[in-house]
Write a protein of this length. Structure first.
Length: 259
């Protein structure tokens, strides 16, 4: 395990062996590399891929301010990866980071060999936008427990299930170390809509979607795969937004696509 900070200030973890696979990190409570359980969870989720790739997980730069866009975030990563690698690399992004990876592939096509997008689409769905705006608003107001509870509709269907989950999320949540950066990245995702530019993605693209994703409905993933020049879609029946990457088929599908 190696860790450090890239030239532009973004933190990274690096592990495994093989050709590089850059994983854009999704929205976390801190801009720094995760520690403790959060680090264990990140490494565990990517460890199967590290058997054949050198996985480089890259977080957001510290100090993000309101008004930052996905194009700005993609430009940050482009600046850093140009200095890190002398050739195009494989890029993977899930959820918010999936949107970022799409923006990156559109704006900086020469840096991407192959692209994997999980639990994301051309834009947020209507329900996803409603839930996420509520979440971001509560974070911005300093109400981190209420913000965590607001995510329950994306994970459970029934009202009793949502109520129970909301309570558990509220109890388990801690105060974010970098709430401003979280909110800035979430606002960038809220404004994100890449559909009109999908034809500009020249890298072969694998889209992996859950059929029950409340944030990015399946139709958005289907449009993404259809309008990308060389897009392929894998659908995991019954999977929700937060369980796409944990599906046992995920690693196999990524391997078959990248190797």
């Amino acid at each position: 395990m190696r860790e450090g900070v890239l030239a532009g200030g973004a933190p990274y973890l690096e592990f495994g062996a093989g050709s590089p696979l850059v994983v854009f990190r999704s929205v976390l409570p801190d801009s720094a590399n995760p520690t403790g359980f959060a680090r264990w969870a990140e490494v565990r989720s990517l460890k199967p891929l590290a058997e054949r790739f050198t996985v480089l997980t890259v977080g957001r730069r510290p100090g993000l301010r309101p008004g930052v866009t996905m194009a700005d975030l993609a430009a940050h990563h482009a600046e850093e990866l140009r200095q890190r690698f002398d050739r195009p690399v494989d890029v993977l992004g899930v959820s918010t980071a999936g949107c970022l990876a799409l923006q990156f592939a559109v704006d900086h096509p020469g840096l991407v060999r192959r692209l994997v997008i999980g639990a994301a689409g051309t834009r947020l769905g209507e329900e996803g936008r409603r839930v996420q705006r509520r979440y971001a608003d509560l974070l911005a107001a300093g109400r981190h427990r209420a913000a965590a509870m607001a995510l329950a509709p994306t994970v459970a269907d029934s009202l009793p299930g949502r109520a129970l989950l909301a309570g558990l999320l509220g109890l388990a949540s801690g105060r974010p170390a970098d709430p401003d950066g979280m909110v800035a990245m979430l606002r960038a995702e809220d404004a994100f809509d890449i559909e009109d530019r999908l034809g500009e993605i020249i890298a072969p693209t694998l889209v992996i979607a859950g059929s029950q994703d409340a944030l990015y409905p399946l139709e958005l993933a289907e449009r993404l795969a259809d309008k990308t020049r060389r897009g392929d879609l894998k659908v995991y029946p019954g999977r929700r937004h937060h369980t796409v990457m944990s599906d046992r088929r995920f690693t196999k599908d990524v391997f078959e696509f990248l190797l």
